[in-house]
Design a protein. Sequence first.
Length: 447
Amino acid sequence: MSYDYDENTVVDEFSSMAIHSNGPDGGGAKLYVPPHLRNRGTSDGLADSVNDFSQFSRPSRGTGGDNFRGRPFRGSYSNRGSKVGNERQQSDSRWSSFNVNTQSRGGHSTLGSNVPRRSWNAPTEDWTQQLPRNERTEQELFKKASAGINFNQYDNIPVNATGPNFNDSASTISSFTELSLHKIVRDNVELANYERPTPVQKHAIPIIASGRDLMACAQTGSGKTAAFLIPILNNMIKQGPGDSICATINNNRRKQFPVALILAPTRELASQIFDDARKFSYRSLIRPCVLYGGADMRTQLMELSEGCNLLVATPGRLSDVLERGRVGLDHCRFLVLDEADRMLDMGFEPQIRRIVEQDAFPPSGERQTLMFSATFPNEIQILAKDFLSNYIFLTVGRVGSTSENITQTILWVEENAKRDTLIDLLAHSGFTNNDFLTCLIIQKQVH
C-alpha cells in the first residue's frame, strides 16, 4: 500500500468545501469549521489555521521520535491533539498525583530511599546537605527500631584494646551524645532508638572515627554493624565524595566508584548490613547498594548504575561485577571485612585477596581497613597482617566463646527417647504462650 498523494489536490478539495452563510454581512462563503473548533474566536489562531493542511503531510517511516504509524507521538493531525490536549493535561491538577517518585533505595528497589537519582551534572557534591524528610521512607526504615537486647548484661562483658600509640581510657564512650556526629547521622541514631552503645560500640566507634585500622573480635549480635557504619558514614559525610563521582562521569556512568566497601559472607548478612546502611544514611546524598549471589544480576546492575557510594557485597558476586567492569575500587577509602573467619571457612580467601590486592584498590596505609571476626585463628592473623596497617586489636568477651546471653545445657538421651524427651522439654520450658521460638538442628529429615 502506498501513502503517496498530491498535497495540492487535497488542499483544493478542502478549499472547495464551502457553506453559504446567511449572516448580516451578505451571506458570503466561508470554509467549513469542525464542531470542536467552533466558537473559539480568532485570538488563539485556531480559525486562521483551518486552511493550513500542511500538518497532514505524512513523515517518512523511520523518522526519529515517530510512533509505529509514522507520525509524531501526540503529533499534530489536528490542533486538538497538538495544543489544546497538551494544555488541558498540564493545567489539570489531577495529573499531579501521578508523578512517579524517582527516589532510590539501593539494591532492592528503585523507590523509597529519600535519595534522589543522581543528576550527574557536577563532579562534586555537598554531602553535608541534609535532605527533607520522607515520612513513607522513615516509616519503612525505622518501624522496627529497638534499643538492643539485654543491655544490662552487656555491661559485664570484658573488653580489651591494645595497639601502638593507643590510650584505651581516652578512647571510650558511654553514650552516643559524646560523639562528634554530623546532624544527619545523629538524627538517624535517634530515630533508630540507639540510646546506650554496646561494649564493642563503646570502644570501636571512637577508634574508627579517629581513622585507625581495627581488628575486632566480637560475638555475633553484639552490635558490630552499627559500630562500623556510624563512624564510616559520619566520616564520609564530612569528607565528601572526593574524586569518585568525577571518575564515574569520566566512564560514562557505566562504572561506579564506591567510597566504602563492606564484604560479608552471605546474602542474609549483606542484606542486613545494607538495610542498616540505609537507616544511618537516611536524608543524605550517600547512596548504598548491595550485591549478592542468588539474585538477578541485571536488576542489581541497574540499581548500581543509578549511583553507588557505599557498596555491601559478597566476595563471589563482587568478583563477577569487577570482571564485567561495572565497579572500580580506585577511590575506595574504607574497607570492612565482616565475619572474616566465616568468609575464610567458606573458601572466599582467593576472591578477597584478588579484590583487595590485585584490583586498583588503594594500598594498606592509604585506606582505612576494619576486620571483624568471632574467632582469631592463624588464617585471620595472617590476613590482618597483610591488610591492616598500625592497627588496634580489640577483643569483646573471651575470643571464640559463646554469647553471654545463651545458656548451654547438654542432656544425654538414648536414640529412641529423643522425641519424647524433646516434647517434655518443650512442655516444661516455662513459657506459657505461643510467642517464643524454637530452633531444632537435626542430622536428617524423615518425610
